[in-house]
Design a protein around this ligand. Structure first.
Ligand code: AHM
Ligand code: MG
Length: 344
């Protein structure tokens, strides 16, 4: 066996770094850090581990008859997305760091009765239509710092553009549970060791390739697409060995899973506006903004078709947006078709 002393001494040894350590080390470097942000992220990690336990037992719970309205003890059993929402909400409220919490599952933002420093926005269980068939699902979140933390929090604190995000992440509950996080210093992936109950650094400094070979879009919506999007879809399927076309198609239907593959392997994920969903389907605050922040941090790109997602000024909590993200070159080509700058 190779001796651990063979690690180069000048480089920090990242093997065995936990999510907790990683966050703590990063925050030590931040001037004026109070430890609150570190604590907030540790609370999010705790909520994720609780949700993970329930997600992992979802099939088992079904087999044992726990998926109906009541279980054998006569207790009401929550749906998984409701459970994930409640866990995140409870854990974040108990952390004491949040002035405002907003979730895709809640009609209104939850306002604290104390002036918490942060706003947390989340989609507790993305891809929930895939739960019943044991396909990857996930959680997405974004953290903002309240502009005026000394004032009483207000729901409008949540309506800040994504460029003001101070931390964002997502978790994929797939064959393993992976937590991808950025606090504005690159993007790092952590895998849960279920035996230990800790996330360990498994993918430091993730970079989205400049160009990929995969496109990810619900082709079943093509009859509702604009002419520009149809032209792009035709281009992506044409054969041209000089630039790797035709691309291959992958579409899970869980944005976290499709985005994660796109982040790692490159290519493009798109949920554009169409006749059925004229404003797009995905939510700006809970899905598009955190993903856009992560993609930009990893050297990728995220637009609404034409403009940068992170520059959109939100008008309402549950605002929808078209979303196109992925490798810089692939997203730029989409934009050229979308704006009519190119047609073939
Ligand atoms: P959800 O947050 O209710 O799960 O819905 C969002 C999901 C995304 O994960 C996914 O990209 C999209 O909806 C799939 O939609 P469609 O079935 O229209 O392709
Ligand atoms: Mg979702």
């Amino acid at each position: 066996m190779e001796s651990p002393s063979t690690f180069p001494q000048a480089m920090p040894n990242l093997v065995g770094t936990t999510l907790r350590e990683h966050v703590l080390t990063g925050m030590h470097a931040a001037p004026g850090a109070t430890g609150e942000f570190t604590s907030l992220l540790n609370h999010i990690s705790l909520a994720i581990r609780i949700i993970n336990g329930r997600v992992r037992a979802a099939g088992l719970a079904g087999l044992l008859g726990y998926t109906g309205e009541t279980n054998v003890q006569g207790e009401k059993v929550q749906k998984l997305d409701q459970f994930a929402n409640d866990v995140l909400l409870n854990v974040l409220q108990r952390s004491g760091h949040c002035g405002v919490i907003a979730s895709e599952e809640l009609d209104e933002a939850v306002i604290a009765d104390h002036p918490g420093k942060y706003v947390v926005l989340f989609d507790p269980l993305d891809g929930s239509s895939n739960i019943d068939t044991n396909v990857s699902i996930g959680t997405v979140f974004a953290v903002l710092r309240r502009k005026y933390p000394e004032l009483h929090p207000n729901a409008t604190d949540a309506l800040a553009p994504g460029r003001e995000i101070v931390g964002a992440g997502y978790v994929v509950f797939g064959p393993s549970t992976i937590f991808v996080l950025s606090t504005g210093r690159g993007v790092h992936g952590f895998t849960l060791d279920p035996e230990v109950g800790e996330f360990f650094l498994s993918a430091p400094n993730i970079r989205c390739p400049e160009r990929g070979k995969t496109y990810s879009i619900n082709g079943g919506n093509s009859a509702s697409w604009s002419e520009e999007i149809r032209r792009w879809a035709a281009y992506i399927k044409e054969t041209d060995v000089t630039d790797g076309r035709p691309y291959t198609s992958r579409y899970v239907g869980s944005m976290v899973a499709d985005a994660h593959r796109t982040l790692i392997k490159g290519g493009i994920f798109a949920y554009p506006a169409d006749k059925k969903s004229p404003k797009g389907k995905l939510r700006l605050l809970y899905e598009a903004n955190p993903m856009a922040f992560l993609f930009e941090q990893a050297g990728g790109m995220a637009i609404d078709g034409k403009d940068r997602i992170l520059d959109v000024i939100p008008r309402e909590l549950h605002q929808r947006t078209p979303l196109v993200l992925g490798s810089k070159e692939d997203v730029s080509i989409f934009r050229d078709f979308f704006t009519g700058a190119r047609t073939s």
